[in-house]
Design a binder for this molecule. Sequence first.
Ligand code: SF4
Length: 284
Amino acid sequence: MPIPSYVMLKELRKLHMRRYQDPIDESLRGWNWDRPPVKPRAYLGLTVSEVASYCPTKKDVWLRRVVKAVPETNEALKLGSLIHDVIHTTIECFRRYVSSGVDILNAYNDVVDEVLKKSTIPEQISNWVTSLVKYIVIQLLAEVLWSSVGDGINPWLPWISEVRVDGSLLGLSKNLRIDAITGSNVVVDFKVAKPSENHRIAITAYAMALEANLEVPIDYGLIIYVNGLGNTPKVSVESLYISSDLRKDFIDTRDELIDMIISEREPPKATSCSPTCPFKNSCR
Ligand code: SF4
């Protein structure tokens, strides 16, 4: 979901300063996929959710890849997926609405109605989801109205939602799906969760996969957290400089995972497990 451009500009200014103080080691760019350390030890088509797994010992990956256990779906996973779909549907409906040339001032009611009609929302969270959709539409409308003053450029239109990228050059899946990319090449990931270090690894994986494919530098990311279920939707933003350290963390995590899968070495069960882990019934 687009964030106000004044927030984006403020965050970008901070990130430019961090990049200036701590430049990226060019050998860690995704386009160096054919040489170490970026070159993977094996090409296993790992998903970003495997490399950036919530499981502290990565036992979930061992269960899926080695034991061939099937994850059980649960309410938390379904909810996360529903909220992602609602966010993307809202952005796309709004984009089509603006492009159709109708009076933008009607967008609030029209787009909110269209999104709610298109989405299957469980009764118990319908008020919360409706508030979230309204919040997103208000943000989008404010951006369009603000940018229509004078000759301003429209800052939200360049947001591309749901971008597919081939991660196979880095040993990742061929079908990575990135939530959004802004016009200034900032990778955006939406999370329905509390902030976690794994989310930083995930966005680094997406940035390096884009670099491998497009051969353009991707230095910044935005993680947009949506929380507050049951109350008012709470949206917060973490801006990220995709530094050399984060790139090394991604590479090390990916390579350790490849070693674990190839050797079939069983990791220990974690001491603190997520209550929503889809393997909790098959993990010993
Ligand atoms: S139950 Fe715990 S150790 Fe097992 S996969 Fe889930 S989070 Fe990991």
